[in-house]
Design a protein around this ligand. Sequence first.
Ligand SMILES: *[C@@H]1O[C@H](CO)[C@@H](O)[C@H](O)[C@H]1NC(C)=O
Ligand SMILES: *[C@@H]1O[C@H](CO)[C@@H](O)[C@H](O)[C@H]1NC(C)=O
Ligand SMILES: *[C@@H]1O[C@H](CO)[C@@H](O)[C@H](O)[C@H]1NC(C)=O
Ligand SMILES: *[C@@H]1O[C@H](CO)[C@@H](O)[C@H](O)[C@H]1NC(C)=O
Ligand SMILES: *[C@@H]1O[C@H](CO)[C@@H](O)[C@H](O)[C@H]1NC(C)=O
Ligand SMILES: *[C@@H]1O[C@H](CO)[C@@H](O)[C@H](O)[C@H]1NC(C)=O
Ligand SMILES: *[C@@H]1O[C@H](CO)[C@@H](O)[C@H](O)[C@H]1NC(C)=O
Length: 574
Amino acid sequence: MQSQQKCIMIFALVCCFAILVALIFSAVDIWGEDEDGITEDNCSRNCRIVLVENIPEDVYLPPSGPAHLPLTSGLHNLLDRTVRSVEIVSPVWLLNSSDYESSFQPAAMEGRALLTRLQGLKDRGVKLKISSEETDSPELAMLARHGADVHFINTSALIRGQLRASFWVVDRKHLYFGSATMNWRSLATRKELGVMMYDCSCLALDLHKVFGLYWGLQFKDFIPSFWSKRVYALYNRDEPLELTLNSTKAQAYVSTSPSLLIPRDRSSDLEAIGRVIQEARSFLYISITDYLPLLTSSAPRYWSRIDGLLRDALILRKVRVRLLVSCSEQTHPLSFNFIWSLRSLCMEQSNCSLEAKFFSPREQRDGSFQGINHNRFMVTDSAVYLGNLDWVGNEFTFNAGAGLVIGQQEGVDDRNSTLVEQLRDVFERDWFSRYTRSVQPDKLPVCNRQAASRLVHLRSTYPPRSPAAPVGGGPQTRLPAPIRTTSRLNQSHHSNKQEPSTGSSGHPEDRPASTVGGSLEGGGATATQPDDGQVEVKVHHSDAPMGSLLPRQPIESSGGRELQSGPLWAGPDV
Ligand SMILES: *[C@@H]1O[C@H](CO)[C@@H](O)[C@H](O)[C@H]1NC(C)=O
Ligand SMILES: *[C@@H]1O[C@H](CO)[C@@H](O)[C@H](O)[C@H]1NC(C)=O
Ligand SMILES: *[C@@H]1O[C@H](CO)[C@@H](O)[C@H](O)[C@H]1NC(C)=O
Ligand SMILES: *[C@@H]1O[C@H](CO)[C@@H](O)[C@H](O)[C@H]1NC(C)=O
Ligand SMILES: *[C@@H]1O[C@H](CO)[C@@H](O)[C@H](O)[C@H]1NC(C)=O
Ligand SMILES: *[C@@H]1O[C@H](CO)[C@@H](O)[C@H](O)[C@H]1NC(C)=O
Ligand SMILES: *[C@@H]1O[C@H](CO)[C@@H](O)[C@H](O)[C@H]1NC(C)=O
């Protein structure tokens, strides 16, 4: 009797366990229907690679080396080739510019043309698959009506972050990887860079696994404790894919973020960046939108992962570093302080060189700044890293992004330049262009006039608390934007989630912006918000210890980042 009961109990337990295992294993699985027989054993490693760029019409950059394919041509070219499937991940879907936007920006029509092409894929018998975190996008709804399969990932529930990955996999054979998103601005007003790889089924297969992971997370609000074998990485930084690019030998692998979304064998973006930096011998050129070694959750801290690697490369290995960052409404006021601290590391050191420049922003019709340069890459003497994330602590900790590393030894090909050499040329073209400005210690650039003017504003109104200047960066702070430029059209700019046009708040005219830049010099500002809600901003003296540079409250809330990404950073410190 006793043993019979025991038996039943054990049986029930085993059943429960089996069901649990089945559930867990089914948690993230790539659908099995359309496997086409190409495996990692017989996939193609003889790839052709083409650099693609979008250079906005109002930006003139002298050609460097061979002309690069325009991004739109590259994407249309991929759509011309496709016969079976197109898989797209994009953080944003905004290809259809408004009539107003297209009226002053003819290139905005490129987005509509691309959307029309995607819409027509079904008639050609091509399956369009999209992974997205946008539930309410009218464009995705429209594409779904035209036969696209759209899978929604609840990234805020899964990783408390956002989806930043942006790539295409076509027929599991060709791929696009780069900084551009499915936003008409990426095809018109922003400077973007990426690569097209053709007949490269080995790498496409691996990138398809990243897509499959997002795809499989539809409707999930937890991360599976086991990943299906189908999403395991094929290649990583220790065992990269050996391939040829335009008949030149190379190595490549795909990395992803954040650590919660990394199945077995996949290298993380930070591991990839670390490896590329550590293997740099003579130079390291970095072109990114944002550089901020801070983790700004509820208890902000210094985030040293990338900063430490750069310091190591600079001072111990004497690698020459050039850092080209953007300057826009979204730029954090402390970005340039951290960059400057890297520069000062090289003081009185021979063969230690860090140079920093920023890409001058474009002034909007409403007086706000828009970053032009959306490139996110790093190039060294032997490798390139293309990524989706800004170099900000929060990005790597919470957001879902991907990276592509391609390694090529210098001078392997005598006549034709390798991709690594081409990217170096692109970097140098931008670096020496008329759009860049050096970062000067006595005149740190003020990119975010709103945040900067608020700093001044707060200081000037303290101790009496100003109701118009809450630290929270809420809607109250979005005062009507003063029109600063005389322009053809006198309307407010259309904004979207990616590029909020927040306008400049407060009274930027009251104080010249350079005052703020000057007062930040050599020290740093911390904003603190005591419990009674009073707002206080202190400017430290230049001899303040490093730790005191770090704000105790999320200083982002007075910057543009929060407006861009929402107050997500209440997550755990990882
Ligand atoms: C690749 O190999 C698989 C099995 O190993 C086979 O089914 C498939 O037909 C092969 N594909 C090609 C293109 O050779
Ligand atoms: C794009 O926007 C225009 C104007 O806002 C609208 O007329 C058109 O139907 C939209 N196209 C698609 C495909 O949604
Ligand atoms: C995403 O998950 C969160 C938390 O589980 C939930 O509150 C929210 O409604 C979900 N969003 C959607 C669109 O399902
Ligand atoms: C190298 O360049 C030459 C001409 O510049 C071209 O004909 C040839 O196809 C190129 N080779 C490769 C492998 O790209
Ligand atoms: C600096 O570089 C030069 C040329 O590369 C080299 O000759 C010199 O020894 C280096 N100095 C130090 C201190 O490494
Ligand atoms: C590879 O070859 C194609 C033409 O086949 C060319 O357009 C492209 O620029 C080449 N890529 C590199 C990195 O040389
Ligand atoms: C532009 O708008 C501002 C405020 O809305 C107004 O004062 C100004 O007269 C307008 N300028 C033109 C040229 O319409």
